[in-house]
Ligand binder design. Structure first.
Ligand code: GAL
Length: 792
């Protein structure tokens, strides 16, 4: 039996030995908490990594009924950041020294039957611990807490201890099992598809560790059809079922060759982003729903086919969702540049072991990262990490993220952080510049990031440059056939240590902000990867945003065939993909003409003259009248002599076609056309009625196993749904019913966007979130909180 153990904990920021002797009564003097839990809620910026560094304590009573006599009792922790000692009735049961992997406390011998048993956790979240990733600087915060769930397993003495299951392309399922006390046991196996139909089964046979079984009706797992199956194992002793275990898996094959990455022997260019597991305010302690949502965002909003879980194994809920939606995962053990002493390394190897054992049943995982991110060569250590990973899982290759060229390649794939791109140059280096081993696979594990930090409230040209830099890398990676793919740095802005970021403890490296509101660069990924129509325009079309009022280049990020531009409903021009970004499926399209055919149409110029006048107008916008290049001066002179062109006329045309000053405000309309049909439209014009656009991932929350949470993304938009990037209005938020806010009740929009989280409080019923901002219509969201029967 499995029991939920997320509720009824008590917490203190100061661990003392008294926590080993708490009673049901004394415990109540501490703070009641539910898991996932962060040791400290923090501000989104100008916060301090010292805040979460503490030795804290968690206590809880566990009633053990008499019927559990003779059973094995395991307490399973999803994660405890960063070093946990678990005590039962004051006696140490286990110690675990990694904040990013799960562990089990075997309580069998420590519990008192028929009594309340005191569980105490001493949790050390100080970054001075001699375990990975600590020891030197780290570019991310490492928030403490019991930030994933805890469950209790009560088992017969004979039971499954571990199961590794994988399916191959020829529809054979392989099982590698470990059991306790399985002598004289038999095992039977069923394989079911997602609808619950049994596709294959075996009757009970004497137990052996390794088995295989054909599953003829099974379909392969891939990124478009992520078919999943469940194997259900039954362990029998004397014809009585003593244990059962269900594991989800897929049939698929992953491989890297010198030419790239192959899924089911089909080449796929990996297009991903790096993801941290942090959230505003709560650090790592977000419930499963939010963790899973990030996978959906990566796939369905950012069009990625892969993700790297930088720089540690992440929530099972996140990886489960990757399995379900077909998002490939490159996961790695905790680390950041520094390699420590002998004890530290021992722990690092243990971390690899735990990572592979705990995550190897996920079909979405295609690569194990077995080097400390960006560390120097350490052949002894990395020989060991490779051996461990391969021994525990011979089905997947290993990689290890480097920031140096030609380091010793002990892994199957050379994974390299290529920060070569700096704007004007190529998107990345060729493989041969990075590794002399051309026979093995090569993957870019990071790019961009610190090369061009960009805030959602930066000026437009910077935000556009950020987007174009991501496009440049994606384009070059597609051009180079032997690069398996790339993982941009990174999915969203994240809290970091004082040594990094913009001085406010934030690295603004994301293509989204911390609340997962998209920046302009997100549209590059969306256009490249999504099938649903995408159309984003890089400019608000306000020339006053630009130096010398020169609007410069405007780009469309779209997956359509071309874009048509209209000005006040008059057709201007049609723009198709150009030479630049031509390797991408849907690279940014340059819209370099906002005058189009208007000079011919409205001013009566012939085609040639219109083109010459247009050239002069663009040159004036770019260089200013006083600094026109000689060729343009000559052209202006020629137009004056032959076409009665005057300075006054020039000024008039500039005002009319470039400045668009006076009269009716200009409305720009962009229409994306695919297969001859309009598929998306964007309008840009004066923002007359700003309003709040509020999105939640769910209106239904489930209370029971633990607290649940809805993710709210907020943006200020104009009548045409365009984000107002410089809106910084204050938003007041209030909840009623069985709900509470995470974070403050008043926030300011930053970059026209904000976010909040609404959590359940232990009650069921209907609740609301009310949002107000000055001069904008209030928004009310309704949530139904339903109850789930508690197991305990
Ligand atoms: C890399 C590092 C990442 C992040 C990134 C910023 O060197 O691996 O964790 O710091 O730089 O661009």
């Amino acid at each position: 039996m499995n029991y939920n153990m997320n509720n009824d904990w008590y917490f203190t920021e100061n661990y003392t030995k008294e926590l080993l002797h708490m009673t049901t009564e004394t415990m109540k003097e501490l703070t009641p908490v539910r898991l996932p839990h962060t040791v400290k809620e923090m501000e989104t910026n100008y916060c301090d990594e010292q805040e979460y560094q503490m030795v804290s304590g968690y206590v809880r009573m566990l009633h053990v009924p008499l019927e559990w006599k003779g059973k094995c009792i395991y307490l399973h922790f999803g994660a405890a950041a960063h070093e946990a000692e678990v005590f039962c009735n004051g006696v140490l049961v286990t110690k675990h020294s990694s904040g990013y992997t799960a562990f089990t406390a075997d309580l069998t011998k420590s519990v008192l039957l028929g009594k309340d048993n005191l569980i105490t956790v001493r949790l050390d979240s100080r970054e001075t611990l001699n375990i990975p990733p600590f020891g030197h600087v780290i570019d991310y915060m490492t928030f403490g807490g019991l930030y994933r769930g805890v469950t209790l397993e009560v088992k017969e003495p004979s039971h499954f201890a571990d199961v590794f299951v994988y399916g191959t392309m020829d529809k054979v399922m392989y099982l590698e099992m470990k059991t306790r006390r399985s002598e004289k046991c038999t095992v039977s196996v069923e394989v079911k598809d997602a609808s619950g139909t049994v596709l294959a089964e075996t009757p009970a046979r004497p137990y052996i560790d390794d088995m295989s079984m054909e599953v003829p009706g099974a379909a392969l797992w891939d990124i478009n059809n992520p078919n999943l199956y469940t194997v259900i194992l039954h362990l029998w002793k004397d014809r009585v079922e003593v244990d059962t275990r269900q594991v989800r898996f897929g049939f698929r094959e992953v491989a890297f060759t010198s030419k790239g990455f192959y899924l089911n022997r089909k080449k796929i260019k990996l297009r991903g982003l790096n993801r941290h597991q942090s959230y505003p305010y709560m650090g790592y302690a977000a419930p499963d729903r939010a963790q899973a949502l990030d996978a959906d965002i990566l796939k369905y909003e950012l069009g990625c086919n892969a993700v790297r879980t930088s720089h540690y194994p992440q929530s099972q809920a996140f990886v489960d969702r990757c399995d379900e939606i077909g998002l490939l995962v490159f996961t790695e053990f905790p680390r950041w540049q520094h390699i420590g002493d002998k004890d530290w390394k021992k722990q690092a190897v243990q971390n690899v072991r735990e990572m592979v054992l705990q995550y190897r049943n996920h079909p979405s995982i295609f690569l194990w990262g077995v080097r400390i991110n960006e560390s120097k060569d350490d052949d002894a250590l990395y020989r060991m990490t490779n051996v461990v990973a391969h021994k525990l899982d011979h089905t997947r290759p290993t990689g290890g993220v480097r920031n140096r060229k030609n380091s010793h390649l002990l892994e199957d794939v050379y994974t390299y952080n290529d920060f070569y791109h700096n704007g004007p140059n190529k998107g990345c280096e060729p493989k041969k510049n990075i590794t002399s081993n051309m026979r093995k696979g090569y993957l870019i594990s990071e790019n961009n990031g610190h090369m061009f930090p960009t805030k959602s409230f930066d000026w437009e040209e910077k935000r556009c440059e950020h987007a174009l830099r991501h496009a440049a890398v994606l384009d070059e990676v597609r051009a180079q056939a032997d690069i398996a793919g790339s993982f941009g740095w990174c999915m969203f802005d994240y809290n970091t240590h004082q040594d990094f970021g913009s001085g406010d403890r934030v690295c603004y490296h994301g293509v989204m902000d911390m609340f997962r509101n998209p920046k302009m660069a997100a549209a590059v990924f969306a256009a490249e990867g999504l099938k649903t129509p995408v159309l984003e325009i890089s400019s608000s079309m306000d020339m006053g945003e630009h130096p010398a009022c020169n609007m410069g280049d405007v780009y469309a990020f779209t997956n359509a065939d071309y874009v048509k531009l209209y000005k006040n409903d008059e057709f201007i021009a049609k723009f198709a993909p150009g030479e630049k970004f031509s390797h991408m499926k849907h690279g940014p399209i340059l819209l370099d003409d906002t005058i189009g055919c208007l000079l011919e149409k409205n001013e009566g110029y012939d085609k040639k003259t219109a083109a010459q006048v247009k050239e002069c107008l663009y040159a004036i916008a770019k260089y200013g009248q006083a600094a026109l290049p000689p060729r343009i001066r000559l052209l202006v002179g020629k137009l004056m002599l032959t076409k009665q062109f005057t300075f006054e006329k020039g000024n008039e045309l500039c005002g009319k076609y470039m400045g668009n000053w006076g009269g009716k405000m200009t409305q720009w309309k962009f229409v994306a056309v695919k297969n001859g049909k309009p598929v998306a439209e964007v309008k840009k014009g004066p923002a007359e009625q700003p309003r709040l656009e509020v999105r939640t991932d769910t209106n239904t929350l489930t209370e029971g196993d633990t607290w649940d949470m809805a993710t709210i993304r907020i943006r200020a938009v104009d009548d045409n749904h365009n984000v107002l990037p410089y809106s910084n209005r204050a938003i007041s938020m209030r909840v009623d019913g069985p709900l509470a806010l995470i974070g403050p009740e008043h926030v300011a929009l930053t970059g026209g966007a904000a976010g909040t989280y609404v959590k359940t409080t232990g009650e069921t019923g209907t609740g609301h979130l009310m949002l107000r901002a000055p001069g904008m219509e209030p928004v009310v969201l309704t949530f139904e909180v339903t109850g789930k029967n508690m197991d305990e």
